[in-house]
Design a protein around this ligand. Structure first.
Ligand code: DQA
Length: 146
């Protein structure tokens, strides 16, 4: 099966209890389980990783090279600050979809900027946990050349 890494960054381990008015009440474990199940249904083997550390995210992206066929990344606040993450995605040459639970473009101006967007296939934001499922479908289509 084709492997996909879903990488979540800082503070996303607190999903479910973190600012539920913004991020909802679904926990990260629930999101990851739904992604594994959906992946299985469409022929993708989903691995999930969450870290609060920028360097850990860079390491995970490097480790995906030659192992995974694509990446789904919610880099949390590092989206808006991290040139290192952008460079890591560009360096491993894996298709990556950027996901955000909230609509970052409807929020504070500093959230409108995404370094990752420069190297991602595309960005999905504002659809809550469903965004990860949409990203899996998008990667599936991309990998099939659709
Ligand atoms: C987020 C949006 C970011 O601006 C924020 O820092 C997060 C979560 C989202 O999923 O909506 O941590 O990536």
């Amino acid at each position: 099966m084709t492997g996909i890494l879903i990488l979540n960054g800082p503070n996303l381990n607190l999903l479910g209890t973190r600012q539920p008015e913004v991020y909802g009440t679904t926990t990260l474990a629930m999101v990851e389980e739904a992604c594994r199940a959906h992946g299985e249904a469409i022929g993708l083997s989903v691995s999930c990783l969450q870290t609060n550390h920028e360097g850990g995210m860079v390491d995970a992206i490097h480790a995906a090279r030659g192992v995974q066929a694509g990446l789904i990344i919610n880099a949390g606040a590092y989206t808006h600050t991290s040139i290192a993450l952008m460079d890591a995605v560009a360096s491993v040459e894996l298709p990556a979809v950027e996901v955000h639970l909230s609509n970052i473009h409807a929020r504070e101006p500093f959230r409108h900027v995404s370094y990752l967007a420069r190297v991602a296939l595309g960005q999905i934001c504002g659809f809550g946990p469903q965004g990860y499922i949409m990203a899996l479908d998008a990667l599936k289509g991309h990998l099939e050349g659709a």
